[in-house]
Design a binder for this molecule. Sequence first.
Ligand code: LMR
Length: 353
Amino acid sequence: MKYLIGASILVITFIISIFFIPVDWLNGKEIPYDDEQEGLSKQIVIRFSHVVAENTPKGLAAQKFAQLVEEKTDGMVKVEVIPNGSLYKDEDELDALIHNEVQMIAPSLSKLTGLAPEWGLFDLPFLFQNDQDIQKVLSSELGNKLLTLNENKGIKGLALWSNGFKQMSSNVKPLRQPDDFIGQRFRIMPSPIIGEQFKAFGAKPVEVPFDQLYTSLQEDKFDGQENTISNIYSRRIYGMQKYMTVSNHGFLGYAVLMNKEFWDSLPEKVQQSLEAAMAETTLWMISESQRVNNQQLQLIEQESSIQIHHLTEQEKIEWYKTLMPVYHKFLQNVNDKAMKEFVKNRMKQLETQ
Ligand code: LMR
């Protein structure tokens, strides 16, 4: 009787277990990786925090990078993208990166000027004439040098991304001539060079973190601002400003950064996959940021009553004549010879236009 009971238990256990064995295992195939699988601790998770919306060039590029990394590492590395500053805001994300609370961020280059004044290069007004110009500099030796600039602070630079050109907007009056800026308060990112730009216009710069842009505008903390179309659109700034000038006067770029210790701890093969995914994303973002900014300019035209002016060539000359002192200020604060040479050449070009 005892043997009969024992044998019955064995048979029942065998039958039940069959239902729980994965079909692929029975077929001799390897089980594809998924999050529930045992051995999850072996998966490398990279938390990538940024402050903008998902439907912006940076938001889309972060998702693209995550998808490419998953493909290239067969799911071994997972990039968790955390948008909208929902984890770390403008003011905190650099610290969070340095302390490895997140492994990746992509702040605007202007927000790195606190680490080294050289980053202010990209805030010089009318530094670039067009998108090709931007790409040439971002992928040049100068760009590469900047990427390694903060390694001694525990920051590994992975890439420079472009979100294209910034435009001006105001609630007070249309911005056509330099005089139109006088006395107005403009929101700026924390960058001395951008501050100098508005001072040269006779305006007052007001530093406001990105996540407080909308509420600060509601609370009348500033009159105008500058940003790319994608940020003006996604933060609904266009709904609260009366005038916008498509001026292409400034550039908004990002440095994609990783915690250096974390990077150094990664197996070489993983580093190579990340580099390949980053190179592909950076290339993809060039046309993607143009597409998003163009499309969202059309949406702003359709959805709002904001008056849009396109800066004329003559007005542009007036603007950069007024803004030239900003170049001199920048040159006083940097030592890099190649960078100085580049800036002086650009000044010459602007003066002879
Ligand atoms: C801003 O603060 O306006 C931008 O840096 C936001 C961003 O990251 O595009």
